[in-house]
Design a protein around this ligand. Structure first.
Ligand code: GLC
Length: 801
């Protein structure tokens, strides 16, 4: 008899009733009579992890996203069994698990408001094609609920009403709404009734998020394999959600060297050496600050990784040194594809040691990239990562390259419809062997991680600098990133703005776009407007494909060169402010950019704003993103703000028109802020900085500001050799008091502060430094409200006439 072996298609499957409950330290297990188990881990009072199996037992737990440094521990855990549900309470949350269907509802423990609730909850479909399950989760979406995050999606910041896919993809010349792009960050923040929570779906398979798109009151997410495994993170502040997510998936492992926060110049490609020198000399000649120069693929010999073109770069070590003497750090590109070439030592070693990815049936994975046919290291294997890291010795230690740029690591494969590896390719996945379906989204991350370890090792005692195009959650621990191959259009300027904010909201702050656009060519006006935005992105680099002409700051006309210089100079003046914000970022996970909704979630007007954002804690930025503008309307958040250019004070909570001709842009400073500034330098370290300017924006009331400083490179700061100054400003009608609190053992190079008082409502009669009266005439410089005092004051009192 012939048996029909066709499997039965069962459609969606659901947990049945709960028949068992068990507690094991911080883990609670709820089992159903159809073999589903829900494991809840109480990570912290405000962070719960939900993990489901449909087979009665859990596979080995492993994640590339979660850092070993993530904080754990809670203050309270009480569990009760009621007639129809189990309930457990932490110091922040109450969570109910329904006995009939395993559905979860989560409440704020303080006031019992519902934060998040399962709609269908966990369900799954068996995957007939691949085995395992397609795992699904659906949640109720509340009226007025908003959604933010999800990495690099080039869409409105608020994702309500939209559906997205996560599958790391090389997306040359993408557009608004192209999905997916280069990154997979399956984390979003939901906000309703002023309370924010986050969901991080730590599953690396191709995944989807639907924010009330398919059904108006439902938000769902699902993945084509693996486990339903998500973290619920409670705020209730949007910023706290992001901070907690960043704690789970990691902050950058160290401060960037300060030069990495300077301006970078890139093109595909600057070669030969004489061209590189021509570009760097021009920066110095025109006095446009610049710290880094990039070499794209043409520096190599036939695009072979870890080689140099003998013709174009005959003596890289000498060149890199000469560039360094002129203040330029050299950054070079390294892609994952290793050219199939039996004479190439990297290829030989990779093959010999079995380091390349293989197809399911055994042969190496072969694909076409820039060098032609290539093999690809399996960076998901620890041994391969170590080998890869070791390959950077010559570049970094011997030649003196300061940074490495990882590209095409989605991984991108040319001339194939799916643009990447086929699904059957095998990966080690750190001892959890799997197919490319599971490893695809982390491939670029693991390459960047291996590169980071190599650069870090050989750059020691200096800090590493790495940049990657592909990323999964957690990649921010190792590298910076850019938003890939954008286009020189006004729409892309809008996209660059939302992408940088969205990335910062997704725990990845060290981000920027190809300024001016990668594909096609910007006109002078677009380039100027893009630089104006770009100097307020943590990573600030001009890059272009080079097919369409030049894109250096002087490539347009003189007026624009002057504008570009003015804004790059502003970036250099603000370096201590940005460096301080970066310190807060690596300490606390505070994002470097804040969308207005993160700045003031109580104000519903912020929930749908996209253009305005906070650069650090004190500076409000709004780019001009349309041609021929003389200014624009923008929303000023609540509070009082100083127009950076005019010092005029505006009251927020409303939309206003702001003048901004081509040489300006809308910029505001929060009242009460103290903004530290450097003098303009052509590159970091050009000048010995003996004095820091503090721009003090008077406020009637209190405001705190900070200033961080250290050696600007190296690791001494990790041993306490840093200087962190906290300024407490208290403004009154007839006086202004600034108290300074100092921490850290670093003796700063600067000795004095030049205080510039903005908006002081009175005439100064006298000042007291640490209770000692000083004649204002003695310390004052250039006009009325500027004075110079010793950096180590504890209390400064400025007294009205
Ligand atoms: C990719 C990168 C781009 C680079 C080019 C050549 O398109 O995204 O930045 O210039 O490859 O390496």
């Amino acid at each position: 008899m012939i048996t029909n072996t066709e499997l039965e298609k069962k459609g969606n499957l659901y947990p049945s009733k709960v028949i068992g409950f068990k507690k094991d330290v911080d883990k609670l297990y709820f089992s159903t009579d159809n073999d589903v188990i829900l494991q809840v881990t109480v990570v912290r009072d405000s962070v719960l992890r939900f993990r489901y199996t449909t087979t009665g037992n859990f596979k080995k737990d492993f994640s590339y996203a979660i850092t070993k440094y993530a904080g754990t521990g809670y203050n309270k855990l009480e569990i009760k069994e009621e007639a129809t549900f189990y309930t457990f309470t932490t110091a922040k949350l109450i969570c109910n698990i329904n006995k009939a269907d395993l559905k979860v509802s989560i409440y704020d423990a303080k006031d019992n408001t519902l934060i998040n609730k399962d709609e269908l909850g966990f369900h799954w479909e068996e995957s007939y094609e691949y085995g395992g399950n397609i795992v699904k989760m659906s949640k109720t979406s509340h009226d007025g609920e908003s959604y933010y995050g999800l990495g690099d999606k080039p869409e409105h910041l608020n994702m309500k009403g939209k559906r997205f896919e996560n599958w790391v993809t090389d997306s040359y010349a993408y557009g608004k709404s192209t999905d997916p792009l280069y990154k997979d960050i399956p984390f979003y923040t939901g906000l309703h009734h002023s309370k924010a929570y986050g969901i991080f779906f730590d599953n690396t398979f191709r995944s989807f998020f639907d924010f009330a798109n398919e059904r108006r009151n439902v938000t769902s997410f699902w993945a084509q394999g693996g486990e339903m495994n998500y973290y619920f993170i409670y705020g209730p502040k949007v910023e706290d959600v992001v901070v907690n997510y960043t704690d789970l998936t990691g902050k950058p492992h160290q401060m960037p060297p300060l030069w990495a926060l300077g301006y970078h110049q890139c093109k595909w490609s600057y070669y030969p050496e004489s061209k590189v020198k021509e570009i760097t000399s021009k920066f110095r000649e025109l006095k446009i600050p610049c710290d880094a120069i990039y070499l794209d693929i043409d520096y190599m010999e036939g695009f072979r990784c870890f080689t140099w073109s003998k013709e174009h770069f005959p003596d890289p070590k000498r060149m890199v040194k000469e560039l360094a003497d002129d203040g330029f750090k050299t950054v070079v590109i390294i892609d994952p594809g290793i050219k199939v070439d039996k004479d190439d030592p990297v290829y030989q070693e990779g093959l010999e040691k079995d380091y390349f990815c293989k197809r399911a049936d055994g042969p190496p994975m072969k694909g076409k990239v820039w060098p032609g046919e290539c093999y690809f290291p399996d960076y998901t294997k620890p041994e391969v990562r170590e080998w890869w890291a070791s390959l950077f010795k010559e570049l970094i230690e011997d030649i003196g390259v300061k940074g490495v740029w990882n590209d095409m690591n989605e991984p991108a494969v040319m001339d194939v419809p799916n643009k990447t590896f086929p699904d059957d390719v095998r990966h080690d996945y750190d001892g959890n062997p799997c197919s490319h379906r599971k490893a695809h989204n982390v491939y670029g991350m693991q390459m960047a991680r291996a590169t980071y370890h190599g650069v870090k090792k050989f750059a020691y005692p200096k800090r590493p600098f790495v940049i990657t195009r592909a990323a999964y959650s957690g990649t921010q621990r190792y590298t910076s990133s850019w938003t890939g191959d954008n286009v020189a259009t006004w729409e892309h300027l809008w996209i660059a703005n939302v992408q940088a904010q969205r990335m910062a909201m997704s725990g990845f702050s060290f981000i920027g776009s190809d300024i001016g656009g990668f594909a096609e060519q910007p006109n002078a006006e677009l380039y100027a407007r893009w630089i104006q935005l770009g100097v307020f992105h943590p990573f600030c680099r001009t890059h272009s494909s080079g097919d369409h002409g030049d894109q250096e700051p002087w490539a347009f006309d003189i007026d624009v060169t002057d504008i570009v210089r003015k804004f790059i100079e502003l970036r250099y003046k603000l370096l201590p402010y940005l460096y301080t914000a970066f310190w807060n970022h690596i300490q606390d996970g505070t994002p470097l950019l804040k969308s207005l909704v993160m700045y003031d979630q109580e104000d519903v007007h912020t929930h749908y704003r996209t253009d305005e954002f906070m650069f650090g804690n004190k500076i409000l930025v709004c780019p001009i993103i349309e041609p021929n503008a003389k200014g624009r309307r923008m929303y000023i958040p609540r509070g009082n703000w100083y127009n950076y250019w005019t010092n005029e004070v505006v009251k927020g909570g409303k939309e206003i028109w702001v003048d901004a001709d081509i040489d300006s842009m809308p910029l505001f400073v929060k009242e009460g802020a103290i903004i530290p500034k450097y003098p303009v330098q052509q590159y970091v370290g050009e000048k010995e900085i003996n004095e820091i300017t503090l721009d003090i924006y008077y406020k009637k009331g209190k405001e705190n500001s900070q200033l961080f400083d250290d050696d600007h490179d190296g690791y001494d700061y990790t041993k306490g050799r840093y200087s962190l100054r906290t300024f407490k400003l208290v403004g009154k009608e007839k006086g202004l008091i600034i108290q300074q609190h100092k921490a850290g053992k670093f003796i700063t190079n600067y000795k004095t502060f030049k205080l510039k008082l903005h908006g002081l409502p009175f005439k100064i009669s006298k000042i007291q430094v640490d209770n000692e009266e000083i004649l204002f005439e003695k310390v004052k410089v250039n006009g009325d409200n500027t004075l110079i005092i010793d950096k180590d004051f504890t209390q400064l009192h400025i007294i009205s006439a």
